[in-house]
Design a protein around this ligand. Structure first.
Ligand code: SF4
Ligand code: MG
Length: 294
């Protein structure tokens, strides 16, 4: 049968994005559909899963299967889909609030199990859908509708957090750089195991500090500067400096692939347990296998 190569536009749905003009999330759709096209993925083999928030509307705007789930619950839904259909490409499209606050209990376990899904966090450092509250990644001092004197919380560091949870692919990219975003998302989808991409995706409507203007010139590609993503310790060290720019106006904002490791996935381990189980014909042997070892 003739294989038809789909262009990025072919992966966009008929639903017009409802985001505000200038929202960084437009760039993420552009990068994602480019990545799909360049990887030659078939729309019927992709599932987008989101929670709640501005960024979680993304699955509406792409032409593949999608689940717009509950606030913070995209990861467990995605894990269920992947375990039932390991052949599908499963992508979580989420935001900083949805992922690091409401859904924060799910990240560590999906990451440490190395389930082969991709999580794309559109990080605008604010809650946009509910109209301007500070989020887990907001910088100290950021004003919001519930923090008229500025946030007094210290921000979550997404990269260091996901590295410490055991994610086997951890990257950061920027909505103002389509080429970089596309390349990083492609690598994340191709990675066999749990991949996490933090996209710095400014919200021009509510976050008047962390803007495209602010990031312009600050973002620096760590891989171009020689960072080897197989070096976990170096990745952690770089991640600890990820938020330095909040206090030091000269500090760069690192983007690129921080860490990448090829390890056995959860699905692989499940398969080996199933194979072992099938070989056991004697019920007593099975019971003995399950008993605690002395
Ligand atoms: Fe984008 Fe902010 Fe508008 Fe939400 S409120 S659509 S994040 S610009
Ligand atoms: Mg947000």
């Amino acid at each position: 049968m003739l294989e038809v190569h789909l262009k990025p536009a072919d992966y966009k749905s008929d639903v017009e994005p409802t985001w505000c003009s200038g929202c960084g999330d437009f760039g993420v759709v552009a990068a994602l559909t480019r990545a799909y096209s360049e990887l030659g993925l078939k729309p019927e083999n992709i599932v987008s899963v989101s929670g709640i928030g501005c960024s979680s509307r993304l699955p509406l705007f792409v032409k593949n299967y999608s689940v717009h789930s509950l606030h913070g619950r995209a990861i467990p839904v995605a894990v269920g889909i992947k375990l039932a259909r390991p052949d599908l490409t499963v992508i979580v499209e989420t935001g900083d609030g949805d992922l690091f606050s409401i859904g924060a209990g799910h990240n560590p376990h999906a990451a440490r199990r190395n389930i082969d899904i991709t999580v794309i966090c559109m990080d605008n450092q604010v809650y946009g859908l509910t109209k301007n509250q500070v989020s887990p990644t907001s910088r100290e001092g950021l004003y919001g509708s519930l923090t008229p004197y500025g946030s007094i919380d210290r921000p979550v560091n997404p990269i260091a957090t996901m590295l410490s949870y055991g994610a086997t692919f951890v990257a950061q990219t920027y909505a103002g750089n389509l080429k970089h975003m596309t390349e990083v998302i492609k690598q994340a989808i191709q990675h066999k195991g749990f991949s996490f991409v933090n996209v710095i995706s400014p919200c021009p409507t509510f976050n008047k500090v962390d803007t495209f203007q602010y990031y312009k010139g600050k973002v620096k590609d760590i891989n171009e500067q020689g960072h080897d993503p197989s070096d976990y310790r170096k990745a952690l060290e770089l991640a600890f400096h990820d938020l330095d720019h909040y206090h030091d106006p000269n500090a760069p904002v690192p983007i690129g692939v921080f860490y990448k490791a090829e390890l056995e996935t959860y699905e692989d381990r499940m398969q080996s347990v199933k194979r072992r189980y099938k070989q056991v014909e004697d019920v007593q042997e099975l019971i003995d296998m399950c008993k605690p070892k002395a």
